[in-house]
Design a protein around this ligand. Structure first.
Ligand SMILES: [Zn+2]
Length: 231
């Protein structure tokens, strides 16, 4: 197919999906619809500009359902952003239902299959992002509004596809505080608006405790990231 026609075909396919995205987003709070059929690329956020003394706790993937981590999130009323993979709640969604229903956590978008999105074309990226949105919505009754691309890798197409799938931002991170095996991440000096990355792995509870202690030492309180990212 000639490149020009291919581009038209992709554009038409994306445009056809926009009404679906708007339909999905219309249940969310204060959503303003983009006027153009071709969606505007969403911003990329690695740190939130704010003078509020807040930090943002984000936890990715969701494979290890650690009861102690859930207890900590609930006891401390932490408004965590959970960038879950549908496969990680397919065998036990109760763990996350409890966090959503009894706590302040929200489920956000981390794609369906955790690919490097930059290796996919527009249709492939949209399938990954809208697919995860649809599964989250069906399972939890709440559509994600933030997209964290796997490995933090994204391109211009990711930002457009994210908008078409109801996201308002691509979110990376300021500090990765995940412990992997015997490797412990360095201790950062946290600042207002920093986004902390954790994972639901074997050390999630100690990593979460460490993040909360660092925040407290810096005079910062965890806040809901979705509400700090503008529409
Ligand atoms: Zn991940």
């Amino acid at each position: 197919m000639p490149r020009l026609r291919l581009r038209h075909a992709v554009r038409a396919a994306l445009a056809a999906l926009v009404p679906l995205a708007l339909l999905g987003a219309s249940t969310g709070p204060a959503h303003s619809a983009p006027e153009a059929a071709w969606p505007e690329p969403v911003p990329v956020v690695s740190h939130v500009e704010t003078t509020d003394p807040v930090v943002f706790i984000t936890i990715d993937d969701g494979w290890h359902h650690d009861p102690a981590a859930a207890k900590l999130l609930l006891d401390r009323r932490v408004p965590a952003s959970l960038f879950l993979l549908p496969g990680a709640y397919s065998y036990d969604s109760g763990y996350f239902h409890t966090l959503l229903n009894q706590g302040r956590s929200r489920v956000e978008n981390h794609t369906v299959n955790h690919p490097d999105l930059t290796a996919l074309d527009a249709a492939g990226q949209q399938a990954e992002i809208c697919g995860a949105r649809d599964r989250h919505l069906a399972r939890f009754g709440d559509g994600p509004r933030l997209l964290r691309p796997p490995y933090g890798t994204y391109d211009a197409t990711t930002r457009t596809a994210a908008r078409a799938c109801g996201a308002k931002a691509v979110v990376t991170w300021t500090h990765d505080l995940t412990t992997w095996g015997s490797w412990t991440p360095p201790t950062p000096q946290l600042k207002a608006g920093d986004i902390i990355l954790l994972h639901f792995n074997e050390t999630v509870t100690q990593d979460l405790e460490r993040a909360l202690d660092l925040a407290e030492a810096a005079g910062l309180t965890p806040a809901p990231l979705r509400e700090y990212v503008p529409e």
